[in-house]
Write a protein that binds this ligand. Structure first.
Ligand SMILES: NC(=O)c1ccc[n+]([C@@H]2O[C@H](COP(=O)([O-])OP(=O)(O)OC[C@H]3O[C@@H](n4cnc5c(N)ncnc54)[C@H](O)[C@@H]3O)[C@@H](O)[C@H]2O)c1
Length: 699
């Protein structure tokens, strides 16, 4: 019978094999299968037991689909209790990735042998959780406190060699893992090796260790801005010190339950699924095949073109970087090389690695060199006429079938496509700055973009390590269209009575990576200023929402690049400081507009800014510009510094309660500018029907 757990004998060694594709997740069937197999092994005359997995990996973690459902016995802790007290010597044989609960199983065996290509880790923190089956207690007992802090609070896996150096793995096998594991077990039995239990070790802690925990606590508080799971992990690790295993385990259980019930974990789990869902395009026929992209041309060697070139070159795709003149191209390449030199200095890459990456980039000042590339990404100035001219030229030069993408932030993909004779090959691929760092890629479907072209852009995005989200065509696409509303409310909170420091710190303490006005300073206030110059008074909207920004630019305060914007910047540290000159500009603007400043509570700032985002997000959803609410969350978390532990703007309103969100929106509508606060009909409808954003697709 094909069961998920099988037990067989290899001479004196009993072998428990788990076979639960695709990743041998610890489902109920697997847990109870292992308990049964352990009982069989306990009763037979085997001298030791090897625990191994079929398929591509050792147990890669809990069965995430069982989250939120009532637990079914045996639980993982039950299983590990049986394993820990098994009468025979136990050996885990690890290949692929032993993660989370999977690694906790391995840690509970007496010994661990891993294939050289194997990896181990405890990634629970990434879902706002902590290892809840002894991981926080066994890891420090085996590897020491500093290594355990790093492994569990980062959640990043380590390779077999590193795990062996940390004594988390006892032996590394080059190949034939099962044979090696059996031979290792036989050798251990012959040597009368003890049944080593991590749970029986004592962890003594030095003052250096406690200092480390204190400094990690402070570091993590800053880095993870209010995330609670990393702090709880530190508490558990401390509980492992100088106390019996059972005491630490009890503390771990309590902290695990607290994490599980914490809305932060719900948000992080939402993001886990959201990221995976984003890659799926509902309207695409199943048999749509992405084109193979082996070479790409990038036009414009400026800020964005350079970063995009790095993404492709790092993925081993040949890049031809084109700009108007040899000097411009040379300048662009020098910036790229400088970026890599910094990575080498920081120890992230070796010189040989950066040389190999740079060898993937060739440069040119002639479009003719793009005749044979599979894909072109245009990143020239944000000007429709210039872009149309570029696409007209590409149409003549590029081979048939080449994908022609624009990195435009706002221009119409349809207008750009109309400059070619092949609009089906044209689409938007909107990267975020710095393009080599930011994970988001908005793939923008024009009216004529073909399915194949869209599928290709999504696949290429994945290949270069981006999280791609499909957007329909509208001004600003998903992210920037919503951002206008967020930026408007930040500006209005300022002119109505807030200060830049209050607004930014309210949003930062709430969890945003950077407050809205500090972000404007970073991006450059001149960008919005120039964009507004092209708009009519009506398009520009309420003067209260841009008057201060205009005055700042006119006073030469362009943001960080000119040393001052909404703040003063220290030329050395770039640290921001409040500046009375800004408040004088604000006061003048208030006088001109007849606004009497009032006191602001942080809560109002947070509600106005987040609800402005979510309300526009709901409109995008209703118009079919975004495929699903979770895609919008992915856009905000990966492109705009929205905290993942809040789950994006749509998850934020969903978890606040849509009825509460709509009643706040209605309040804003009645008390503030009603044009800014037209409540999205989708939200009103969902409240009336008791529906959820998570389930709502296009009307
Ligand atoms: N900077 C951002 O934060 C950001 C983010 C996302 C998207 N974008 C978009 O990316 C595009 C580029 O922005 P950027 O910030 O990199 O601008 P940039 O000014 O830094 O670079 C533009 C480059 O294009 C070159 N160029 C201009 N016209 C050209 C032509 N006809 N042929 C070849 N090269 C030409 C210029 O010489 C320059 O090197 C714009 O459409 C912008 O909206 C920018």
């Amino acid at each position: 019978m094909g069961t998920v757990v099988n037990y067989e004998r290899h001479g004196q060694i009993g072998v428990i094999r788990i076979n639960n594709p695709p990743v041998n997740a610890l489902s109920h069937a697997v847990r109870s299968g292992i308990v049964d197999a352990l009982a069989t092994a306990a009763a037979d005359d085997s001298s030791a037991v090897v625990l191994c997995c079929e398929g591509r990996t050792f147990i890669a973690g809990a069965d995430i689909t069982e989250f939120g459902k009532p637990p079914q016995a045996p639980s993982l802790p039950d299983l590990l209790h049986v394993l820990d007290h098994h009468p025979k010597l136990t050996v885990a044989a690890i290949h692929g990735t032993a993660l989370g609960g999977g690694f906790e199983v391995a840690l509970t065996c007496n010994y661990r042998i891993a294939l050289a290509s194997g990896k181990v880790g405890l990634p629970e923190v990434k879902l706002g959780l902590l290892p809840g089956a002894g991981g926080t207690q066994r890891t420090p007992r085996l590897a020491g406190l500093p290594a355990a802090v790093e492994l569990i609070t980062s959640g990043n896996p380590i390779n077999a060699q590193r795990a062996m150096a940390l004594q988390l793995v006892d032996k590394v096998a080059e190949d034939n893992l099962l044979d090696a594991a059996i031979a290792y077990s036989v050798a251990l039995v012959e040597q009368s090796a003890p049944q080593r239990q991590a749970s029986a070790l004592t962890l003594s802690v030095s003052t250096e260790d406690t200092d480390l925990i204190a400094s990690m606590r402070a570091k993590l508080l800053k880095k993870t801005r209010g995330e609670r799971a990393p702090q709880r992990i530190l508490d558990c690790l401390l509980a492992a010190a100088d106390s019996p295993f059972e005491t630490g385990l009890k503390r771990e259980r309590e902290e695990f339950m607290a994490c599980l019930e914490d809305p932060q974990s719900a948000a992080l789990r939402h993001m886990f699924f959201a990221e995976r869902a984003a890659g799926k395009i509902d309207s695409l026929p199943k048999d749509t095949k992405a084109l193979d992209i082996a070479s790409v041309g990038i036009i414009g060697a400026g800020t964005m073109g350079g970063g995009i070139a790095m993404c492709f070159a790092q993925a081993g795709i040949a890049v031809t970087l084109v700009d108007m003149t040899d000097e411009a191209v040379k300048g662009g390449l020098e910036k790229i090389a400088k970026n890599y030199a910094i990575s080498v200095k920081k120890g992230r890459l070796t010189v040989a690695q950066t040389d190999a990456i740079l060898a993937n980039i060739t440069t040119s000042s002639s479009f003719d060199d793009l005749a044979n590339v599979d894909m072109v990404i245009e990143a020239v100035f944000e000007n429709l006429e210039v872009k149309k001219e570029v696409f007209g030229k590409l149409d003549v030069i590029c081979k048939p079938g080449a994908v022609l993408a624009s990195n435009t932030s706002y221009q119409s993909i349809d207008a750009i496509a109309a400059a070619t004779s092949r609009p089906e090959s044209v689409l938007g691929m909107h990267f975020f700055s710095p393009a080599n760092v930011m994970k988001l890629l908005e793939v923008v479907k024009g009216a004529s973009s073909s399915d194949i072209v869209i599928a290709t852009a999504m696949a290429v995005g994945k290949k270069i390590g981006k999280v791609s989200v499909l957007s329909g065509m509208c001004y600003g696409f998903i992210g920037n269209r919503m951002l206008r509303h967020y930026g408007r409310e930040a500006a209005l909170c300022l002119i109505e009575g807030g200060t830049p420091a209050q607004i930014d710190s309210a949003m930062e303490s709430w969890g945003m990576a950077m407050g809205p006005l500090a972000v404007s300073d970073l991006a450059g206030l001149d960008i919005g200023y120039k964009a507004r110059e092209q708009l009519t008074a009506e398009q520009k909207g309420d003067p209260a929402s841009y008057m201060v920004a205009d005055r700042l630019v006119e006073a030469g305060r362009l943001g960080q690049k000119s040393g001052a914007g909404y703040y003063q910047y220290d030329p050395e540290t770039r640290q921001r400081q409040e500046d009375p000159a800004v408040m004088a500009i604000v006061a003048e603007a208030r006088r001109e507009l007849g606004i009497t400043p009032r006191r602001f509570e942080d809560e109002e700032i947070i509600n106005r800014l987040t609800l402005a985002l979510a309300n526009e997000g709901a409109k995008l959803l209703q118009e079919g510009i975004a495929q699903r609410a979770s895609d919008i969350d992915v856009v905000y978390c990966y492109g705009y510094g929205f905290p993942r532990f809040k789950g994006g703007p749509m998850h934020t309103v969903e978890s606040m309660g849509l009825d509460k969100a709509v009643s706040l929106l209605n309040e804003f509508h009645d008390q503030l500018n009603p044009e800014h606060w037209q409540v999205a009909p989708l939200l009103t409808k969902l409240v009336a029907n008791g529906g959820q954003l998570a389930d709502s697709h296009r009307d």
